[in-house]
Write a protein that binds this ligand. Structure first.
Ligand code: NAD
Ligand code: MLT
Length: 304
């Protein structure tokens, strides 16, 4: 398996490190526009690989033409939000990067699975897919899913592997905990267990902003969670994850998360198993996404 990492900033490095140290890819290419950064990162990775006795081939490059023949392309290139900003505020700046990348990398990596990480991640996946014509997914709410499980585990004092369930909808402020999927030690979640739904929802939405305020960005959480998405695809694990995959809606292909089987192909979705309320929330999220996305596309066109 050959994996390309487009962007070698905070989150790009963390994902690349985790994937490469996982020892399951044959080749990795790391591309960034900052001179020498990918090349020096390559040295660091080679040193780490030597210590682990792994023979993965790694290339760090500033030449986009080196990015070719990949099976999986992970895109983290783009601006991160600053404290007080919403992810959606990054739309125009990062969409311009996606359009440029779609033009430059798609033709040399036909048929790869493109995994979008740059924010607003679901909309960037839709933009990249629209302009490249390549199958693109977004890491979506798998990150929220793990934030939700970790919070419940801590509050209810149970091991995190005894908490199950998913968060869906758009990554960020509009994400919805799919309560009909949430279980604690196999039993359906109820507030009588000792934690309110609103407290969990609040945590899931607010914690990344708090981490950004103090640490300058989120890295270790998403860097591990996203590695698991890459692994599930590379090793065809067919694991259920809450990622955003292409949905045809009106005249666009859009990306909204729901629990779905992730392997070399994506699907089927577990959406039919959700209760009425959760499905209603997901539908509301899709409608909202579509109208904001259309508005943003208009702004983008005006700014080009
Ligand atoms: P960062 O500033 O540390 O890194 C961004 C990198 O992208 C920089 O190295 C920059 O040189 C590079 N870059 C910019 N334009 C490029 C281009 N055209 N080609 C190649 N590289 C280019 O930021 P970060 O903290 O790593 O975040 C990157 C993006 O990922 C942001 O949009 C952020 O919001 C997002 N993010 C998403 C998640 C998630 O869960 N989906 C988690 C963390 C960060
Ligand atoms: C996250 O949820 O960690 C990322 O989307 C980064 C951010 O919050 O901007």
């Amino acid at each position: 398996t050959k994996v390309a990492f487009i962007g070698a900033g905070k989150i790009g490095q963390t994902i690349a490190f985790n994937v490469i140290m996982g020892g399951y890819v044959d080749e990795a290419i790391i591309y960034d526009i900052i001179p020498e950064l990918p090349e020096k990162f390559e040295h660091e990775l080679r040193h780490a690989l030597a210590s682990r006795k792994l023979k993965t081939e790694v290339l760090g490059t500033n030449n986009i033409d080196d990015v070719s023949g990949s099976d999986i392309v992970v895109i983290t290139a783009g601006k991160p939000r600053k404290p007080g900003m919403s992810r959606r505020d990054l739309f125009v700046d990062n969409a311009k990067i996606m359009i440029d990348l779609a033009d430059k990398i798609a033709k040399k990596n036909r048929g790869a699975i493109y995994i979008m990480v740059a924010n607003p991640v679901d909309m960037m996946a839709s933009v990249f897919m629209k302009y490249s014509g390549e199958y693109t997914i977004s890491t979506g709410d798998q990150v929220e899913t793990m934030r939700m499980r970790s919070y419940l585990a801590k509050k209810l004092k149970v091991p995190v592997y005894d908490i199950n369930g998913y968060v869906g909808g758009e990554h960020g402020e509009d994400a919805v905990v799919l309560w009909s999927t949430v279980t604690v030690k196999g039993k359906p979640f109820t507030e009588e267990m000792g934690v309110s739904k609103s407290e969990v929802e609040d945590y899931v939405k607010k914690i990344p902003g708090e981490i950004i305020r103090v640490m300058g960005g989120t890295t270790w959480g998403p860097g591990t969670i996203i590695e698991e998405i890459v692994r599930a695809i590379a090793l065809n694990e067919n694991k259920v994850m809450s990622i955003a995959f292409p949905h045809k809606y009106e005249d666009e292909v859009i990306h909204v998360s729901e629990p779905v089987v992730v392997g070399k192909t994506i699907g089927p979705s577990l959406e039919p198993l959700l209760d009425e309320k959760d499905r209603w929330h997901l539908m509301a999220s899709i409608k909202d996404f579509y109208s904001v996305y259309k508005e943003n596309l208009k702004q983008l066109e005006e700014s080009i």
